[in-house]
Structures are given as C-alpha cells and as structure tokens.
Unconditional design. Structure first.
Length: 452
C-alpha cells in the first residue's frame, strides 16, 4: 500500500509539471506570434470618440423678461427633475430661485404706493386750485355787473364822472376776460399734470402685474411631451440643481427629437484635413457593443477650439446617424470610424510587426523555422494595420514578437536605389523602437505617413 501511494504521488507530481509547462511555459519570450502580409484595398480611417445628441430639440425656457424688468442677469436653478425624465405637456420641470425677484417686486410695489399717493395729492391740489379760480371768476362777474349799474345811474352826472365810470367798467371787462383765459390755461395745465401722474401710475401698475407674471413663470413646465435633457454649459458641464441660468440665454433644459440623432465629436488638428463632409462613418455605442450603425459627416468646423489644460486644438465634427433605434439616448458615448480614403491594391501588415532601430524601419520576417530582420518602407496606416511599400511580398510571414536572441540578428537592408525611389519626407511619428536588446514590444507604434 505504501509503494502504491508513492507511485500515485510521483504520477501526480509529473502530471502537474506537464500542466504547468503548458500553462506557464507558452508565455515565454520565444513564442512566435505571426501574421501574413496581405494584399488588397486598404481603408484609411480616423477613429474618434463622440457623444450622441438629437439633431433637433425643443427648448425649455425660463422667463424672458428677467433682465428687462428686474435687471437680473443670472438666476439659480433651485430645483429640476432628474436628467432623462419623460414628461407630458404642461408637467412640472424646474423651479428658479424667486428670492431676488420677490424682493424687487416688493420694491416696485412700494414705489407704486408712492405714485398712488402722488396721484391723490395732485387730484386734490388741482381741485382746490380750479375751485379758487372759479370763485374769482364769479366775483369778477358780480363786480362787472356793479359797474354797469353805476354807469346807468350816472347818466345825469357831469361828463367827467360819466367817463370815469366808463373807464372802470372797461377795466372790469378786461379783468374778467383775462381771468377767463387764465382759467382755461390753468385747467389745461391741471389736466396735463393729472395725465402725467396717471400715466406714471398706470405704467407702474402694469410693471407690477408683469413682474407677478414673470414670478409665476419661474416655475417652469414642459411645452410638450418628451424626454428632459439638461442643457450643457460651454465647458461641457450640465445645468442641474444650483446651476446658474443666464437671462440672455434662458434655456434650462431641452426636449430632443430622438427620431434623428447625431454624434458630435472633436478631431485633432493633425487629422482634420482628412475629414470632409459626406464621408462614411461606422458608429459603435459603448453601452451596447453589439449594436453597429452607419453615418455620414454633415458638418466640419472651420475654426479650432482649445482643449482645457492643453495646447492642442480640436475641430468639432457632426455625424448624422442613418438608422433609428429606440435604445439611442442623448449623451451616450460613441466610437466613430470615419472612412477618409481607400488605397487600392497595396500590401499591409499589423502595426505591431513594425520595429525601428537607428532610423531603420524593419520587421522580423519568417524564413523557414527561423526569422531575420528585414528593412521595409512603410506608408499610411489605420488603427490596426500599416502599408508596406517595399521590403515584403504578398503572403510573406512576419513576427509580431521579437524572436529569441533578436539582438544578434543583422538587418537585411534594401538596395540604395529602392530606398531612393521611395525616399520622401515622412509626415508622421516614427514607429516604436523595442526597449532593451530588440526584445519585447512597446505600445502600438504610431504610423509613418507616406504617400502611395
């Protein structure tokens, strides 16, 4: 029994050793990962990350008269329903902070009370003044009648006395005439004063009523049914609770039309020259990797924007999505592959197979059971592959990982006439150089961009 136990134990150790060899031994440096040189049409793509937005959207606005009536240029969003909430027409959406508005209404109502007092005072003063003028006119008429009676009684008096009475009568007539004219002028002035005060009072009353209407509008309701999406600020942040709404741009939220969506993305200044209106785009949704859509570039900005905390500039590009799907929602992240060009009938290999040493670009070309370094001249690249202009042929096999003792291999250089034929100024970043002694791989090399 003891002997059998030792046999079983030895067999188990041997089996575990074999398993460990296959599990852990295959990840050694000498493992060969290969790829064949392909020939065919080579797509040039610009890959960017974007964000879904509705092509059109109805605005949910706050009060429009806050600046004109109240001289309020910023107002805080005190409360707003969650982003993405589906609402019916007329349903509550948000509440703006009414405190500053309420204080200004109180000030205006106090001013209106002063205007009302001024109106009452003007009305009383005018009544008293005109009443006094009418009394004076009555007294002057009585005085004129007295002068006429005196004249009648003086017909037997001497001529000088008669003349004196006639002169007194004429003076009374002129005084009455002037008083009547003055009364008319005073009356017109009183009417104008009353109209002026009444106009100010009416204007103040209308202003108070308008202010109360604006105060009601600070409770915001949906103009139609739809999904409420928060408005974004210029820095990309969303306007939620405690955000500030500017009265000259009084949009609080939006109701997007989800039947037609666009992906808004930004292209760096290096690639923007490749992107044109009308180009085809393949679109993926990060939230639903299995979903694929097609699109078309509809807008390319002419002026770049500065990225925060960076010297890089980017250009806004809008891509309309051709298909409709109910799962698409604003603010979803998209991966956009913009097809900028197709180069026909060229050789290409994975970018990982390109290495660099002392300004010489090379690959590890498989030769039977071994491999050697072969100089190549590269062209344009896409996200995964790069064009080989010289140095390889179709169906050649290259290694993606340097072989054992790769530092001892010499590079098989191309003839000088071949190099001179393709010698052009590169317009990109050089491919990566392996660290150490040509062993291991660094990150995916940026392509060297050369014309076909």
């Amino acid at each position: 029994m003891t002997r059998k136990k030792y046999i079983y134990l030895t067999a188990s150790v041997f089996f575990l050793a074999i398993v460990a060899y296959f599990v852990f031994g295959k990840n050694n440096k000498g493992e060969q990962i290969i790829a064949s040189v392909k020939k065919g049409n080579f797509p040039i793509e610009v890959t960017t990350t974007g964000e879904l937005n509705a092509k059109t959207a109805d605005k949910i606005n706050g009060p429009t008269a806050l600046g004109q009536l109240f001289r309020i240029w910023n107002v805080k969003i005190q409360d707003i329903i969650p982003d993405g909430t589906v609402v019916d027409s007329g349903q509550y959406v948000a509440q703006l902070d009414p405190s500053e508005t309420t204080n200004k209404i109180k000030d205006e109502e106090l001013n209106q009370e002063k205007l009302e007092t001024s109106l009452t005072k003007t009305r009383l003063d005018t009544s008293l003044e005109l009443r006094a003028l009418r009394d004076d006119l009555i007294n002057l008429k009585y005085s004129l009648e007295e002068k006429k009676i005196i004249l009648d009684q003086s017909k037997y008096e001497p001529p000088a006395t008669i003349r004196q009475v006639e002169m007194d009568l004429e003076k009374s007539e002129r005084t009455l005439d002037q008083a009547e004219k003055n009364y008319k002028l005073r009356y017109q002035k009183a009417v104008a004063s009353m109209q002026e005060v009444m106009t100010s009072y009416n204007q103040g009353q209308r202003r108070v009523e308008q202010m109360h209407d604006v105060l009601k509008q600070m409770t915001i309701h949906a103009p139609k049914a739809g999904m409420v999406i928060y408005k974004r600020n210029y820095d990309g942040s969303k306007m939620g609770v405690n955000a500030m709404m500017q009265t000259w741009d009084n949009v609080v939220a939006e109701l997007p039309d989800l039947s037609e969506m666009i992906s808004k993305t930004y292209i760096n200044e290096i690639d923007i020259s490749k992107v044109k209106v009308g180009q085809t785009v393949q679109i993926g949704i990060d939230a639903f990797p299995e979903k694929k859509f097609t699109g078309k570039v509809t807008e390319v900005a002419n002026i770049g924007e500065q990225i925060q905390n960076s010297n890089a500039k980017v250009y806004e590009v809008k891509i309309v999505i051709k298909e409709f799907d109910s799962i698409l929602r604003p603010a979803m992240t998209t991966k956009n592959k913009i097809l900028t060009n197709i180069i026909e009938n060229v050789l290409f290999i994975p970018i990982e197979a390109i290495f660099n040493s002392d300004s010489v670009t090379f690959v590890y070309k498989k030769r039977g059971s071994s491999a050697g370094k072969q100089q190549v001249i590269v062209g344009q690249s896409n996200e995964n592959e790069i064009i080989i202009r010289a140095g390889l042929q179709a169906d050649d096999v290259v290694l993606l990982v340097p072989p054992d003792k790769s530092d001892k291999l010499t590079i098989n250089l191309l003839p000088k006439e071949t190099i001179d034929k393709y010698k052009e100024k590169p317009s990109g970043v050089k491919p990566h150089k392996p660290s150490g002694k040509d062993s291991g791989k660094g990150p995916n090399p940026p392509p060297v961009i050369l014309k076909k």
